[in-house]
Design a protein around this ligand. Structure first.
Ligand code: XMP
Length: 324
């Protein structure tokens, strides 16, 4: 629509004015629609003066890193640097259970890794990189209390969790937009449907979907269960009607089960499918019983450590979408 064309043109001009004729920028790609659209906008505004950095923090879902390397680069032709930081994040998170502490650690490590990536990009070609592009949306700003006087509900890693010693000037071209508007901008920019219609995924990734301490073994268990839930939702043709479908691993909880002749003592997962317009409020999604049944059967059959599947039927409020 003409409105989205206007938003794109307006933002491209605003970005050019902010960054200047010779300025260079770095954009962190999270794999989600927000950072992809923000990066594509800045790419349109300043071309190859933008370098995209994807930090693989080891908290991504199955196959996601490969999809970013392949699909995003194919769609935009962007200059992409991939940083493998899994070990760094997992050692920083070792033993940490408290959700806000996890968020702060992940936010802090992100910035540190970007500073290192910036140094590497600068070393590649002379000239400073002063701008950091972020896909911050209007709801992120509101929920972190930015500019509204509202108190912090959760410190989103890209707003409230920033450390004090940040060295970049932030460029946040989506700061006034809601998610549905961002998707329209993405379409306007020619990004593929796989990227534009992807479910939102939190910056801290699966780190805040493991209730308990995060380690690689628990991540692999959750990744396997999450992949099954996503696959079955897509197979049923329901992925577009659902806003998000977090799968949460209750890593510190065990319950008794029986499988074949044997007693099991495994972990539960929680299915958290929700419908929403903008993530400010949400309702639990009425996923058909047959689809839930297939997901439950497959997860308990295919993921050894999980012997129980539960469904979260809480709206937001009072629940949040994520469990942490
Ligand atoms: P909640 O759990 O607060 O989540 O209802 C609202 C929306 O925000 C996503 N979310 C995040 N996104 N960084 C992000 O970029 C974060 O730290 C973060 N925490 C939650 C969540 O997935 C949902 O879409």
């Amino acid at each position: 629509t003409w409105t989205m064309v206007n938003i794109v043109e307006e933002q491209v001009e605003a970005i050019q004015a902010a960054i200047g004729p010779a300025g260079r920028a770095i954009c962190g790609l999270s794999g989600g629609v927000d950072s992809a659209v923000a990066a594509a906008l800045v790419q349109r505004a300043i071309g190859d003066r933008l370098t995209c950095v994807y930090v693989d923090h080891g908290l991504m879902r199955q196959g996601e890193t490969e999809q970013i390397e392949r699909d995003f680069v194919a769609a935009t032709g962007a200059d992409l640097v991939v940083v493998d930081a899994e070990e760094r994040f997992l050692s920083a998170l070792a033993g940490v259970v408290e959700p806000e502490e996890k968020r702060k650690i992940i936010g802090r490590e992100f910035i540190r890794v970007f500073e290192q990536a910036q140094a590497d990009v600068v070393a590649r070609e002379p000239g400073a990189v002063d701008f950091l592009v972020q896909g911050t949306l209007y709801p992120d700003v509101v929920e972190s209390g930015g500019g509204t006087g509202a108190s912090t509900i959760k410190s989103h890693h890209n707003v409230g969790g920033l450390p004090d010693d940040i060295e970049f000037t932030l460029v946040e071209p989506l700061r006034t937009l809601f998610k549905d508007e961002v998707r329209l901008v993405g379409e306007q920019l020619g990004l593929p449907a796989d990227i534009v219609w992807r479910h939102p995924f939190p910056g801290p990734g699966l780190g805040i979907r493991i209730i308990g301490a995060v380690d690689r073994e628990r991540l692999d268990i959750l990744r396997a269960a999450d992949a099954i839930a996503r696959e079955e939702l897509t197979r049923a043709g329901l992925d577009r009607g659902i806003w998000q479908f977090p799968v949460v691993l209750l890593a510190d909880v065990r319950s008794v089960g029986v499988q074949g002749d044997g007693r099991t003592y495994g972990h539960p997962v929680v299915l958290r499918p929700v419908t929403s317009e903008d993530a400010m409020t949400a309702d639990w999604a009425r996923v058909p019983y047959e689809v839930l049944e297939t997901i439950s059967t497959r997860i308990t059959n295919e993921v050894d450590e999980i012997n129980r599947v539960t469904l979260d039927i809480t709206s937001k409020p009072p629940g949040t979408i994520e469990w942490e």
